[in-house]
Design a protein around this ligand. Structure first.
Ligand SMILES: [Zn+2]
Length: 103
């Protein structure tokens, strides 16, 4: 079962239908990242994973245009790499500042 699903997912990205629906999604989003509004190189992302919802692979309502930065962030969260806690990030920034002021 697992292997079959994986194969299905890969075939979605290779199909002509995907190329067409991808363009439709970008056009709908005005060729801008829906998260940060960046234009330029965009990737079309499945809001709900194709692995879990293969029937939504070509569903425009399940697609969003993302810049590579926002897409990478979303993918990282999906595979379980949570973004750094804001408090920890603040602590890190503070440490960095200390290092530079001491030097
Ligand atoms: Zn973005």
């Amino acid at each position: 079962m697992g292997v079959g699903v994986r194969k299905y997912g890969a075939s979605v990205y290779r199909s002509q239908r995907w190329a067409a629906v991808r363009l439709q999604a970008k056009r709908r989003d005005g060729f801008r990242c829906v998260k940060c509004g960046a234009s330029g190189r965009l990737e079309v992302d499945h809001i709900k994973s194709v692995r879990k919802n293969p029937e939504l692979s070509f569903d425009l309502s399940n697609l969003q245009s993302l810049c590579s930065g926002c897409h990478a962030r979303k993918t990282a969260i999906e595979v379980g790499i949570a973004p750094l806690d804001p408090k920890r990030q603040a602590w890190r920034d503070l440490l960095k500042q200390k290092v530079t002021t001491n030097a």
